[in-house]
Write a protein that binds this ligand. Structure first.
Ligand code: ADP
Ligand code: MG
Length: 237
């Protein structure tokens, strides 16, 4: 459960889910249904008001779990990329490793180059974010998240700011990463077709509740009506 404005807004209610290794889970739902809040609670950018978040069976809200370690295991990328504007690509990828994971600069650079190579950005290490396109920025942000070797990568509307072709390339990159690195991905998108195409599992949210949890191929029109309501399921692509 997550409430805002002193309980006036119940952003999440009764959300039960578990995510397993190797899954690509796409959250769908209308604007305001709680998609971002769910991701932000899992990453503790928001603190849930009630409930538990278990990581390998341990409740991370209980104080018993080592937080830096948890944060290293759960990475996040955002619609607006959130790169450090004053740092070049390489330093965007190196700083966190040194500060948070206490890796040496040498080790951090080596690791950064490996992941920048993987996302196709190793030729841009000296560029500042403002010199990059949106798709390139998201590639760097994904590389930066992966450097911590997360078990779970959260992605909040990762392609919503990108043109459709670039968006598809970024989603293909995320799928590729899931296959090669084994990281689980939990992403949200307001694009139903894209979510279906990229995921192994769809979660539908309506007014802060999970009203669908199943295989993308098995989703019915009735499911979509439950998620989006009548008017919007007709309008959905
Ligand atoms: P989605 O990502 O599905 O569009 P959100 O998770 O952003 O939805 O929001 C869910 C609900 O919580 C909405 O009603 C939204 O207005 C509210 N909400 C989200 N974040 C805040 C906040 N920081 N303060 C107040 N209300 C918020
Ligand atoms: Mg959102």
């Amino acid at each position: 459960v997550k409430e805002f404005d002193g309980g006036a807004v119940k952003a999440l209610n009764d959300c039960n889910l578990s995510i397993n290794r190797g899954e690509v889970v796409a959250i769908i739902g209308p604007s305001g249904s709680g998609k971002s809040t769910l991701l932000r609670c899992i990453n503790l950018l928001e603190t849930p008001d009630e409930g538990q978040i278990l990581y390998h069976g341990e409740d991370i809200l209980s104080g018993a779990v080592n937080m830096p370690r948890y944060h290293a295991k759960v990475g996040m990328v955002f619609q607006q990329f959130n790169l450090f504007g004053n740092m070049d690509v390489l330093n965007n990828c190196v700083t966190g490793q040194m500060k948070v994971l206490h890796r040496t600069r040498e080790e951090s650079v080596e690791n950064a180059m490996k992941y920048l190579e993987k996302v196709g950005m190793s030729a841009y290490i000296n560029a500042k974010p403002r010199q990059l396109s949106g798709g390139q920025k998201q590639r760097v942000a994904i590389a930066r998240a992966l450097m911590r070797r997360p078990a779970l990568l959260l992605a909040d509307e990762p392609v919503a700011s990108l043109d459709p072709v670039t968006g598809r390339q970024i989603l293909a990159l995320l799928q590729d990463i899931q296959r090669t690195d084994g990281v689980a991905i939990l992403m949200n998108s307001h694009n139903l077709d894209q979510s279906r195409a990229v995921s192994t599992r769809l979660l539908g949210l309506h007014a802060g509740r999970i009203v669908l949890d199943g295989a993308p191929a098995a989703v019915t029109d009735a499911d979509l009506t439950r998620i989006y309501g009548d008017a919007e399921s007709e309008a959905a692509p």
